[in-house]
Design a protein around this ligand. Structure first.
Ligand code: FES
Length: 264
């Protein structure tokens, strides 16, 4: 069978024959991530307005960026030259879970590193090192951050439950529902949709088995995780922005700019 040699041309960075708007997605991803990173960094450094109590009618609304609230002021071991915020002890765990997520990696490699910027579009580099060498081999810690992320989902669920109890004039806790309660309950549900659709979790639940048909319970769990996994990108975006919104909600209510509406 005869063959024809077709010379491959390296057209340089950004060159392509694509005629679609391939550049829109990386730009949107870049802007979306930057918006969240800037806000989360700012909010984490504030160290205040993360808890809404009397301003929220006796509620106990805690921003997810500060949960679990381990310290309200700098502990003795905290280096004096560093400004303290309780969020600094929390955010590295969910932050690194997302940073090493398979979806996020694919997205920010394109949007931030342009490596590659998109399919069949010229890259800025000539070599490909993959994720088998340092430093990108460290992305494999993702499977371990998964365990922390699962713990956080349950901590935030507990915060959602606590947001249903309001301190009354008698000093006792009474059941109630405010808009803030719904925000703090929806937040861990969205985070759960993201976390339990993780590729590493899917592997843990069923991927490690060659045959699932003999384990109906495991098969069912695997199917559920696979279902979440198919929408992993959407869960990633929605849950990320909702964490930011939950912080905004608690912050603005505690500052008296927004007023929590008591539904029940
Ligand atoms: Fe995205 Fe694990 S792959 S959270």
């Amino acid at each position: 069978m005869s063959s024809i040699d077709v010379p491959l041309k390296d057209g340089g960075f950004g060159s392509t024959r694509r005629t679609d708007n391939w550049w829109v997605e990386p730009i949107l991803v870049f802007l979306g991530y930057m918006a969240f990173i800037v806000y989360a960094t700012w909010a984490a450094l504030q160290g205040n307005n993360y808890l809404c109590t009397t301003q929220c009618g006796g509620a106990d609304y805690l921003s997810p960026m500060y949960s679990p609230l381990l310290y309200t002021s700098a502990p003795a071991w905290w280096p004096a030259f560093l400004p303290f915020s309780a969020a600094m002890l929390i955010l590295p765990f969910p932050g690194l879970f997302r940073f090493t997520c398979y979806y996020y990696r694919g997205a920010y490699y394109k949007a931030f590193w342009m490596d590659p910027v998109s399919c069949t579009v010229g890259e800025p580099r000539k070599t490909y090192r993959g994720e088998k060498k340092f430093p990108l081999i460290l992305q494999n810690v993702h499977r371990y951050f998964l365990y922390f992320a699962i713990i956080f989902v349950f901590i935030l669920l507990f915060d959602g439950y606590r947001a249903l109890w309001f301190t009354g004039a008698d000093g006792a806790k009474h059941f109630g529902i405010g808009v803030g309660s719904l925000v703090l309950i929806l937040n861990p549900i969205l985070l759960g949709g993201y976390t339990f659709g993780c590729h590493s979790f899917r592997h843990l639940v069923g991927g490690i088995k060659d045959v699932l048909s003999g384990s109906p319970g495991r098969k069912k769990a695997y199917d559920c995780v696979s279902c979440l996994n198919r929408g992993h990108m959407k869960w990633a975006w929605v849950s990320m922005f909702f964490v930011g919104f939950a912080d905004v909600y608690v912050r603005l209510c505690s500052m008296g700019i927004w007023h929590d509406w008591r539904i029940f």
